[in-house]
Each structure stands twice: as structure tokens, then as C-alpha cells.
Design a protein around this ligand. Structure first.
Ligand code: FAD
Length: 258
């Protein structure tokens, strides 16, 4: 039985956070534009990630840390980037992060050279935005940077969930099989970011109360949020829209609201 609308509430949960120094255990090229990096080590004790919407901070210094507990080199510039905890195995103390290799950037450059035995410092997640599973339908929308979160959400949703996913990958070779117990309808769009906006503008929403989650490039996600509200009449409280990056800007993160 479906929950009544009033019983569905997103939950915001805060976590105590500390920095952890982890070791690169292995890397795997999932597709031409994606690299999975598995991090591990005793510092993952107590790590918690309750939502696909979570993010960790990855700290990169201009000078690589020299030892497990070493502080940043004096004068080293600390660079932080946000990434989705794609999968966490508490028993094995392994945390998987998937990097979209977009070319030029501190994080993408670090990931491309990551190799077993290297150490990296992370922080967070500081909080979790937990979306109930029992909406009548779930819209999941995003580009490559959102694909790790969307993949995780699809793996976590129960069989009764109905999902419409819209994912843009510049390279069709980065489309992947998305495993899920849920009933999932995926639309892949290609290199033109506006194709994702058009796909959302033209979609027919299923009946019932849905929740839309969208993440990707700032301009594109802003346009998608407008379409969800103005064209489809979705309640703003049932939308989570975030800029995961912004063209021409480093390390941009913004939750979009009025
Ligand atoms: C909450 C959150 C979760 C995220 N999760 C993931 C994740 O799991 N996997 C993932 O790959 N990314 C994820 N991102 C996006 C990632 O943090 C950004 O893409 C980040 O800017 C990459 O850092 P960088 O050092 O490689 O590039 P930056 O130094 O930040 O940027 C350098 C240049 O590259 C451009 N750029 C940045 N990202 C991209 C891109 N994807 N495609 C094309 N150009 C780009 C910038 O506009 C800038 O001009 C997430 C972002 C947020 C906010």
C-alpha cells in the first residue's frame, strides 16, 4: 500500500565527521570515461553513508602527503573535491568512488594516476539527505557526475519502486547496465547537454506522487528544475536539484532552490 503524501518526509541526518587517511587498494576502468577507485584501511572504522545523495570531500594537496598521518606540506595548497560514496563495505572496510574522467582538473588528474598503495585524505559525509523509498515514482536525472549516485540509488531501491532515469553521457560508450530490483526505465542522452533538458521537458510523468533528484552541470540542472516545476507542476519539496559542477569553474557545488 502506498503511504499517504503527508507521511513521506525527506530526512536530513547530520554525522560526526573527521578526516581519514585511506589507501588506494585497486582501480578499475569501468568504461572509457569512468574509473572506479577502491579505498580502504582501518580509518574507515565508523564511516557512515546513508544516502546516494551523500558526498565525501577528497583532499588533494599540491604536494602529495608523505605519510599516513602527515599534515599537508608547509605552503602546500589544499584542494578539495566532492565525490559520491558509490559503495561502502563496512566488513571489508572498502569505499568505492567512481570518477568521471573529464580531462583537466585536480581530481580527475589524481584519479587517472591513482595506483595501489597511494594514500589519500577524505572527509565526510557531513550529512545525509534521505529520500523515502515509497514514492509512487522516482525521477533520477543527471550527467556523468551524477551517474555514480544514480547507480547507487538504483541498487538500493526496493522491487516495488518505479523509476524513470535520464542520464546524459557525452560518450555513448559510457552508458552502462544499471542493476536494480526496481522497475526501471532508463533514457540515455548523448553529447549535447540540451538533449537532457529536452528529454525532461517532453516526458510524461506517471500518476501519483513522485520525487525528482537531479544533479549535473549548473546551467543544465537549473533548466531541468524549471521544467520540473513549470512544465510538470512538481512540488518544489519533491525536488532535489544540485549543481555538481559548473562549466569554466573549479569545484562548484550548489543546491538549487528559489
Ligand atoms: C555532491 C557532489 C557529488 C559528486 N560526485 C561525483 C562522482 O561521484 N563522480 C564524479 O566524477 N564527479 C562527481 N562530482 C563532480 C565533481 O566534484 C566535479 O566534476 C569536480 O569539479 C571535479 O574536480 P576536478 O578537480 O577534476 O575539476 P575542477 O578543477 O573542479 O574543474 C576544472 C575544469 O573542468 C571543468 N569540469 C569539472 N567537472 C567536469 C565534468 N564532469 N565534465 C566536464 N568538465 C568538468 C570545470 O568546469 C573546470 O573548467 C560530484 C560533485 C558534487 C558537488
Amino acid at each position: 500500500m502506498n503511504a499517504s503524501p503527508s507521511s513521506r518526509r525527506v530526512e536530513r541526518i547530520r554525522h560526526d565527521t573527521r578526516q581519514r587517511v585511506l589507501e588506494v587498494l585497486r582501480t578499475e576502468r569501468i568504461s572509457p570515461g569512468f574509473l572506479s577507485v577502491t579505498l580502504g584501511g582501518p580509518d574507515l572504522q565508523g564511516f557512515t553513508s546513508l544516502s546516494f545523495d551523500d558526498h565525501i570531500k577528497i583532499f588533494l594537496e599540491e604536494e602529495a602527503p608523505t605519510g599516513e598521518d602527515s599534515p599537508p606540506e608547509p605552503g602546500a595548497r589544499r584542494i578539495m573535491r566532492d565525490y559520491t560514496p558509490r559503495r561502502f563495505d563496512a566488513m571489508r572496510r572498502e569505499l568505492v568512488v567512481e570518477f568521471a574522467l573529464h580531462g583537466d582538473g585536480a581530481a580527475t588528474t589524481w584519479a587517472a594516476q591513482a595506483s595501489p598503495g597511494q594514500r589519500v585524505r577524505i572527509g565526510g559525509p557531513r550529512g545525509s539527505f534521505v529520500v523515502p523509498n515509497d514514492y509512487d515514482f522516482h525521477l533520477l536525472i543527471g550527467d556523468e557526475t551524477a551517474l555514480p549516485a544514480i547507480s547507487r540509488r538504483l541498487e538500493e531501491l526496493p522491487a516495488r519502486a518505479k523509476v524513470l532515469a535520464f542520464v546524459q553521457t557525452a560518450d555513448p560508450a559510457d552508458q552502462r547496465d544499471l542493476s536494480s530490483r526496481a522497475r526501471v526505465d532508463v533514457t540515455w542522452t548523448g553529447g549535447d547537454p540540451d538533449a537532457l533538458i529536452d528529454a525532461i521537458g517532453g516526458l510524461t510523468l506517471p500518476d501519483g506522487e513522485g520525487f525528482a533528484w537531479a544533479a549535473g552541470e549548473a546551467r543544465v540542472i537549473a533548466a531541468i528544475r524549471v521544467a520540473l516545476v513549470a512544465t510538470h507542476g512538481l512540488d518544489k519539496d519533491h525536488i532535489r536539484a544540485a549543481a555538481y559542477w559548473k562549466r569554466g569553474v573549479c569545484a562548484h557545488h550548489e543546491t538549487l532552490s528559489d
